[in-house]
Design a protein around this ligand. Structure first.
Ligand code: GLP
Length: 302
C-alpha cells in the first residue's frame, strides 16, 4: 500500500468501516458480524486510529498498525460472540490455532475471563492440528501449548477440549473419532494462522479443497520454520494430524491473522492469488465469511 494512500485511508477509516457495515456487497444489509465489529470499534477509541479496513478480492481485510491492536479486535470479537451465545443460553464452539500468531488473542481471552467479561462454561473447543508422536506433556506439542497459554486459566473441562491426537497403533481410530466429533457440531469461529508457504493448520501445499482430518507429511520448510520450538531441527516430527480444508470451510466464520513481513508474500497469494492447492489458504476465498486481520507489514504486498 502506498504511504499517501494509507494516510488518506486513515482519515476515512470510519467511512470505510461504514461502507463495510452498510454495503458489503452493494446491498444495504448489515450482518451480525458487521454490527459487532462496529460496536467494538466504537468501544475502543484507541483502535480507531490503528485499524483500517478494506475489501480485497471479495474478502474483508483489517489492517492493524500493530499486532496488539489487531489481536484486541479479534479477542473482543470472540468475547462478544461467546457472551452473546451465553446470555441466550446457547453453547459456543471455537476452533483454535497454535503458533506465535494467536498468542496475544489468548492472553486477552484469559484477561477477559479473569475480569468476568467471558464465561467459558458453555464453550467447546476444537484445535486445528497436532504433531504426530508428541505426548500432550511434550513442551513442543500443541496440547501443551494450549494448556500453557489458554486452558489452564479457563473454566473448561477436558471433555469439551478437542485436540487431534494419535496414540501409537490407534491413529486411524483417533482421527475418525475426531472427525466424527467435529462433524457433529458447527464452529461459531475458527481461528487460523498462516504458514509462510501458504499453509493453514498443517494443510501443506498440495492439500485438496475436499481434504478432511488426516495424517500428513510436513513440508521441510514447515519443519524448519517450526524448529524454533524444538531443541534441534531433527526433533521436529515429520508427520502431523490436521483438520482438512473442507473442515475449516465449515466454520461459520474464519478469522485468519498474520503479523510481520515474513508473511507478506503468503498473505498476497492467499488473498489475491488463484484459488489453488499450491496455496492452501487461498481456499478461504471460497468462504463467504473469511475475515483477515493483518498488520501493515504482513499486508505490504497487497
Ligand atoms: C504452524 C501451525 C499453523 C500456524 C503456523 C504459523 O505450522 N500448524 O496452524 O498457523 O504454524 O505459525 P506462527 O503463528 O508461529 O507464525
Amino acid at each position: 500500500m502506498q504511504p499517501a494512500f494509507r494516510t488518506i485511508r486513515r482519515f476515512y477509516f470510519i467511512l470505510s468501516l461504514a461502507m463495510i457495515v452498510i454495503a458489503p456487497t452493494s446491498q444495504a444489509v448489515q450482518s451480525p458480524f458487521d454490527t459487532l465489529i462496529e460496536k467494538i470499534m466504537m468501544e475502543y477509541p484507541a483502535l480507531q486510529g490503528n485499524i483500517q479496513s478494506d475489501i480485497i478480492n471479495g474478502q474483508t481485510v483489517f489492517f492493524a498498525d500493530t499486532k496488539e491492536a489487531g489481536s484486541l479486535l479479534v479477542s473482543e470479537f470472540i468475547v462478544k460472540t461467546l457472551q452473546d451465545n451465553y446470555q441466550k443460553g446457547q453453547s459456543s464452539v471455537l476452533g483454535l490455532a497454535t503458533g506465535s500468531t494467536p498468542l496475544i488473542v489468548y492472553k486477552n481471552l484469559v484477561t477477559a475471563f479473569q475480569n468476568g467479561a467471558l464465561s467459558t462454561q458453555n464453550l467447546t473447543t476444537f484445535n486445528l492440528d497436532e504433531y504426530l508422536g508428541l505426548a500432550a506433556n511434550h513442551p513442543a506439542s500443541y496440547a501443551f501449548f494450549m494448556y500453557q497459554n489458554l486452558f489452564q486459566y479457563l473454566d473448561i473441562s477436558d471433555e469439551r477440549i478437542h485436540i487431534p491426537s494419535a496414540p501409537p497403533k490407534k491413529t486411524d481410530e483417533s482421527i475418525a473419532e475426531y472427525q466424527q466429533l467435529l462433524g457433529q457440531t458447527q464452529r461459531d469461529i475458527q481461528l487460523l494462522g498462516l504458514g509462510k508457504n501458504g499453509h493453514i493448520a498443517f494443510n501443506e501445499p498440495g492439500s485438496p479443497a475436499t481434504s478432511r482430518t488426516r495424517l500428513v507429511k510436513l513440508d521441510e520448510s514447515t519443519r524448519i520454520a517450526n524448529s524454533r520450538y524444538f531443541e534441534s531441527p531433527e526433533q521436529v516430527p515429520e508427520h502431523a494430524i490436521t483438520m482438512g480444508i473442507a473442515d475449516i470451510l465449515e466454520s461459520k466464520i474464519n478469522i485468519i491473522m498474520a503479523w510481520g513481513e515474513g508473511k507478506a508474500e503468503a498473505v498476497k497469494r492467499a488473498i489475491t492469488g488463484p484459488i489453488s492447492s499450491d496455496c492452501p489458504a487461498s481456499f478461504l476465498q471460497q468462504h463467504n465469511k473469511t475475515i483477515w486481520f493483518i498488520d501493515q507489514k504482513a499486508g505490504k504486498m497487497l
